[in-house]
Structures are given as structure tokens and as C-alpha cells.
Design a binder for this molecule. Structure first.
Ligand SMILES: Cc1ncc(COP(=O)(O)O)c(C=O)c1O
Length: 375
């Protein structure tokens, strides 16, 4: 039996008729972009998270761009960002003319290391981007302390963390601003790209709202206060997300249940496998990522049993060819680089059949049993 990493067919199966209806209703409405369904979604996310301002945009990457621009990032400005992350957390800084200053990560959690952050702050540093990845959150308390000491604005990259909490506080609004992505693979995955910016800061909210729509204020059309973007959410995207938000907590709970089974099965395999398991109830399991010894062999073994896995992320950001101009060398970010050689994402999605979960567990346990015998 093949075990896919994600299964979009099962994910969207129950919405088949709803999606057809949404596309038709929007198609006959004359209202395609940034209209009442988008406003309704913004209200719903406001209620779900408690954020004061919610601004719907076209994708998470340009949500980051808009926020960085609203925070004053441009030439001559440094932004502290994790060395282990998705490309957007660094490319957006560079594309605005700012300089990404990479910070190494904690060797176990893979999230920004506050000690290295303290070391890396430069006189030109203005913003720090703590990023939450997989199901793990950055250490926001320590990062806040450092941010306050150095007068840094905190842009929380919570693209994958809608619904997550840290000691009760809600991911996305723990810093000055955050975002949630609705790319189809994300826990609240839409039917295409989409995202929202969230902030409790009136000025960041006001500027972000203008930047997403060519710098207009939403009152006077064709009057441009700022040079902005065409980065707006479609009505079809908003309508589907509103529909799915109603069952979002159930979906998160199902993911959490599967992750709980993995956690239980793999705890005996430490230190060959390391997983961050604390605060399980507060986590959003976007993906289930382990740090594994003999990762590449494990991946091949799972493949031979029909189990699909992914590597998030195979290369540390400072060593990506796109950042060669910054002059970083192998060895500059030891923890991030070590994690790129150990991290492996196992299949996990809300609709995953329990036989598939068992199949993954049996195969992983079997692999390490064989390795031990032959060691
Ligand atoms: C941590 C993180 N930040 C930002 C993004 C960008 O979001 P989007 O794909 O909506 O542009 C992603 C997407 O995977 C992400 O994982």
C-alpha cells in the first residue's frame, strides 16, 4: 500500500460541490477581488485570533514583503532572519534592498537561536524575523527581550502556525505583526495561493492595507498615497477559506492525534531520532519533521516500502546560490547546516488513514532495528 506524503484528493473530496458552487457564485457576482467575502474572511480571522487588524493578501511571501516595507526595510537596513527556513524569510528582505543577517538556529528545535541573535545584531539592524516551522515555535520570550534591548521590530513569520499557541499566547500576534499562509499544503489550505497579515499595530495595519492595493486607501480610487503592489485576495479564495475555517479546529485535532501516535512510537528511538514533543496540545502540526541519524538511508528505506517523505530544507539559506553575494562559507552556521543533513518530514495530514500511520511507524522502527543489528 502506497503512503503519500499529502493527499489533496482526500483533502478536498468533501468540498467538491461547495467548490463548484463558490466558483459559480463568484463568477456571476461581478465581484471578483477584495469584496464582501474577503471582508468576511478578515472578520472571521480577527475573531479566531483576536488580532486587531487582519489584511487579506494574495500569498504569504508578499505578506512578508509588505510588512517589511511597512517596517521601513530598504537599502542600508539589516534584518535578522534564521539561517534555516523557507526562502521567503530572506529573499523578501533582499528584494527590498535590505540585507539579510542570518542567525543560526537551536540544534534541537531548528528555530532561531536567541544567543546567536544577540551576537549578530548590527548597528543597522531594524527588524528580526522569528520563524515558526513545521510544528515548532521560536522562543518568543527570549527573542522579545533581545528585540527590546536593541530596539528591533518583531515580524513573526507565522505562515504555517495559524491556531498555534505558546504558553497561551497566539502565534502571529506575539510580535509587532505576523501572517498566515493559505497555500494548499498549509493546515488551512485554500484552493490556490492566499494569506493574511495580522497585527495589533494601527499604523502597520493602515500601511499594509494600502500597500496590498497599489497604495490606495480604499476610499479614493486611483489616488496613490504609496507605491504599492497588486497583492489582493480573490473572492473565490476567501469564500472557500471561510467555509473551511468552520472545521479548522477539528482538522488541527486530527493532525495532533496522528502526531501523538508518532511521538509515542518514536520516543524509544532517541537519540537516533529526535523530535520536539513539548507543549503538544498547543502545537499546530503543519508537517511532522524528525531529525534522523542516517537520514538518507531512512528516506530510501521508506521509499522502498512505498512511503513518501520530504526534506525540509536540504540547504541552509546562507549557502543557497542566490545568497552567494553575501560571502558565507560552509561551517558558518553549524546548527542549521547539521539540521539540513538530518531533517525528514513524514506523511501527516488530517485525512490520513490510520493504516498509513501504522505503516509509517512500523517502517521507521524496523529501519532502526535493522541498523542496530548491523551496527
Ligand atoms: C515559514 C514560511 N514563511 C513564508 C512562506 C511563504 O508563504 P506563501 O507560500 O504563501 O508565499 C512559507 C511557505 O511555505 C513558509 O513556510
Amino acid at each position: 500500500m502506497n503512503v503519500p506524503f499529502f493527499n489533496y484528493a482526500s483533502r478536498y473530496a468533501e468540498d467538491r460541490e461547495k467548490i463548484k458552487d463558490i466558483v459559480y457564485q463568484v463568477g456571476i457576482s461581478d465581484n471578483f477581488i477584495l469584496k464582501e467575502r474577503v471582508v468576511e474572511l478578515e472578520d472571521a480571522i480577527r475573531q479566531y485570533t483576536g488580532a486587531k487588524h487582519v489584511i487579506a493578501v494574495a500569498n504569504g511571501t508578499t505578506a512578508l514583503t509588505i510588512l517589511l516595507q511597512a517596517m521601513g526595510v530598504g537599502p542600508g537596513v539589516d534584518v535578522l532572519t534564521p539561517a534555516f527556513s523557507f526562502i521567503s524569510t530572506a529573499s523578501t528582505i533582499a528584494l527590498l534592498g535590505g540585507t539579510p543577517v542570518f542567525v543560526d538556529v537551536d540544534p534541537l528545535t531548528g528555530m532561531m537561536d536567541p544567543n546567536d541573535l544577540e551576537r549578530k545584531v548590527t548597528p543597522a539592524s531594524k527588524v528580526v524575523i522569528p520563524t515558526h516551522l513545521f510544528s515548532v515555535m521560536a522562543d518568543m520570550e527570549s527573542i522579545h527581550e533581545i528585540a527590546q534591548k536593541h530596539n528591533l521590530v518583531v515580524l513573526e513569520d507565522s505562515a504555517v502556525a495559524l491556531g498555534a499557541r505558546q504558553q497561551g499566547a497566539i502565534a502571529g500576534i506575539m510580535g509587532n505583526a505576523g501572517l498566515y499562509s493559505f497555500f494548499p499544503a498549509k493546515p488551512l489550505g485554500g484552493i490556490g495561493d492566499g494569506a493574511v497579515i495580522v497585527t495589533n499595530d494601527d499604523e502597520l495595519g493602515r500601511i499594509s492595507r494600502m500597500l496590498r492595493n497599489h497604495g490606495q486607501d480604499g476610499i479614493t480610487r486611483f489616488y496613490h498615497h504609496l507605491l504599492g503592489y497588486n497583492n489582493r485576495m480573490d473572492e473565490t479564495a476567501a469564500s472557500y477559506l471561510l467555509h473551511k475555517l468552520r472545521r479548522f479546529d477539528d482538522l488541527l485535532n486530527k493532525r495532533r492525534e496522528i502526531a501523538g501516535l508518532y511521538n509515542e512510537a518514536f520516543k524509544h528511538l532517541a537519540p537516533m531520532i529526535q523530535v520536539v514533543t513539548d507543549a503538544h496540545e498547543e502545537r499546530v502540526y503543519y508537517t511532522y519533521v524528525i531529525q534522523a541519524e542516517r537520514r538518507d538511508e531512512l528516506k530510501e528505506f521508506l521509499e522502498s516500502r512505498g512511503i513518501e517523505t520530504q526534506i525540509y530544507y536540504p540547504t541552509a539559506l546562507p549557502l543557497q546560490p542566490a545568497f552567494a553575494y553575501l560571502g558565507h562559507q560552509a561551517g558558518d552556521f553549524p546548527n542549521a547546516e547539521a539540521i539540513t543533513g538530518r531533517s525528514l518530514a513524514l506523511p501527516l495530514y488530517a485525512e490520513m488513514p490510520s493504516e498509513h500511520v501504522q505503516q509509517v511507524i512500523i517502517a521507521v522502527v524496523d529501519f532502526y532495528a535493522r541498523v542496530n543489528v548491523h551496527a
